[in-house]
Design a protein around this ligand. Structure first.
Ligand SMILES: Cc1cc2nc3c(=O)[nH]c(=O)nc-3n(C[C@H](O)[C@H](O)[C@H](O)COP(=O)(O)O)c2cc1C
Length: 183
């Protein structure tokens, strides 16, 4: 399984909840490769709009490696803070760079997807809808989706919310059950 983390705060709420799910998945024997987008080089799409005619994206950054891992994964977690009532810029750049795969008729192999979105107050529905649209555009068929949504602001303050931590563990058990049942 691969977890894509869209918050630039290394000890923020998104990272914290992903780590809780990661630990729980590990307890269930499922390996998770965590990709923290802000630690990698993934520039915004340049809009050549000719991906299908190219063998490789002209950006010489980490996107191809990241997308290789994401497209090969049997399960996927996408996690983002709410920024301006939408996904973070890092997560949006990631989404846009998937156009290369879309243009080459490549689809996610994930059998199950987990979504995590955290906000101070507003924009959760819009952000989760954006993540769901990403999954719909990047898959060839239906994939079960489980999600965790929560409210927290100061970095790491989600740690003080037992119900949110429990939701992250529940996400992990739902993902594990779907993977192990071969959904
Ligand atoms: C650039 C930026 C935009 C934000 N936009 C919103 C917003 O639209 N609505 C909201 O309630 N909180 C907003 N927030 C607050 C974050 O969603 C909140 O602090 C969240 O816990 C951050 O997650 P993280 O700790 O994983 O980075 C914003 C924060 C930043 C830095």
């Amino acid at each position: 399984m691969v977890a894509v983390v869209g918050s630039p705060r290394p000890h923020g709420n998104t990272a914290l909840l992903v780590d809780v799910a990661h630990e729980e998945l590990g307890r269930r024997g499922i390996r998770v490769d965590k990709i923290v987008l802000s630690e990698r080089r993934m520039a915004g799409c340049l809009g050549h709009d000719d991906c299908a005619d190219r063998r490789a994206c002209p950006h010489g950054d980490d996107a191809a490696d990241i997308l290789d891992a994401v497209y090969a994964a049997d399960g996927l977690i996408l996690a983002t803070p709410v920024y301006y009532e939408n996904v973070s810029a890092q997560m949006k750049a990631f989404m846009d760079r998937n156009v290369f795969r879309y243009a080459h008729d490549e689809w996610l192999r994930a059998k199950v997807v987990g979504l995590v979105a955290i906000t101070a107050e507003t924009g959760l529905d819009e952000t989760l809808a954006a993540l769901r649209r990403y999954v719909a555009l990047s898959t060839d068929g239906e994939v079960p989706i489980f999600s965790v949504r929560g409210y927290a602001d100061a970095a790491g303050s989600a740690a003080k919310q037992p119900e949110l931590l429990a939701a992250a563990r529940r996400l992990a058990s739902d993902l594990a059950a779907a993977l192990l049942s071969g959904a």
